[in-house]
Design a binder for this molecule. Structure first.
Ligand code: NAP
Length: 247
């Protein structure tokens, strides 16, 4: 097991990609704090599953867009685990509308969770990681941040912001034993894409050389690789996994 004795926090781990990452880290031996904002029962289910693997798992409820709430959660996690080795900033939402129809609150909400949330969580743990001279931070970005998309100006801007944040932090923290990377999935089968109309879905599949959407477990394996010792020489990278949509 590559991650024995490591502790991790995955934001937005109650479902979708975050859930798969939390389970994937635990499978490799890590103890995992499961963050979510409102899906209490779903998050408990993830904690139970990790418990059955013989790892420690804790609930870490907080709204990552809320700076004080994120710090409260970080104190709770550090009190329970003693330290944090791995932070996966995965929590994210979309609120799609063409720019002409996009109101200010939709812009703010997506930026607050997807971009401010990454700042808040990283800020809450970084001093402790610097003190222990070890840390692995992985931010979940998106192919949309790399290519833009019709109706997703807010989402694309948030993800491009996280990608730039990742590279800046990687440079600042490289001398302190901390790597900072991003994983940029293409379209992955989760609730976030379940609302995509059939016609749009078929059109998207036409543009993806591998002719399918990604699976949550595939993203999880990439995160596990980056945070395990196999990924020790990787920092400042944005790993694209999009079935060839962008090449
Ligand atoms: P999802 O199924 O909609 O799950 C979103 C997760 O984020 C849930 O656990 C949710 O918690 C949590 N969350 C939402 N707002 C939060 C907040 N304010 N504070 C804390 N947690 C919050 O999403 P997903 O498809 O797995 O996406 C996960 C990440 O991958 C996102 O950053 C997304 O942008 C990115 N991504 C997704 C795709 C895709 O095709 N699905 C592609 C590229 C990138 P609750 O359950 O409590 O609401």
């Amino acid at each position: 097991m590559n991650l024995k004795d490591r502790t991790a926090l995955v934001t937005g781990a109650s479902r979708g990609i975050g859930r798969a990452i939390a389970l994937g880290l635990a499978e490799e031996g890590a103890d995992v704090a499961v963050n979510y904002v409102s899906s209490d029962a779903a998050a408990r289910d993830v904690v139970d599953q990790i418990g059955k693997m013989g790892r420690r798992a804790i609930l870490a409820q907080a709204d990552v867009a809320d700076y004080p709430d994120t710090f409260r959660m970080a104190q709770q996690v550090l009190a329970e685990f003693g330290h944090l080795d791995i932070l996966v900033n995965n929590a994210g939402i979309n609120s799609d509308k063409t720019f002409v129809k996009m109101d200010h609150s939709s812009w703010r909400k997506v930026l607050a969770i997807n971009l401010d949330g990454v700042f808040n969580c990283t800020k809450a743990f970084i001093e402790q990681m610097i003190a222990q001279q070890y840390g692995r931070v992985v931010n979940i970005t998106s192919v949309i941040g790399q290519i833009g998309n019709f109706g997703q100006a807010n989402y694309a801007a948030s993800k491009a912001g996280v990608a730039a944040f990742t590279k800046s932090l990687a440079k600042e923290l490289a001398g302190k034993g901390i790597t900072v990377n991003a994983v940029a999935p293409g379209f992955v089968e989760t609730e976030m894409v379940s609302g995509v109309p059939e016609k749009v879905r078929a059109h998207l599949l036409q543009q993806i050389p591998l002719k399918r959407f990604g699976r949550t477990e595939e993203v999880a394996r990439a995160v596990v690789y980056i945070v395990s010792s196999d990924g020790d020489y990787i920092t400042g990278a944005e790993l694209s996994m999009n079935g060839g949509l962008l090449m």
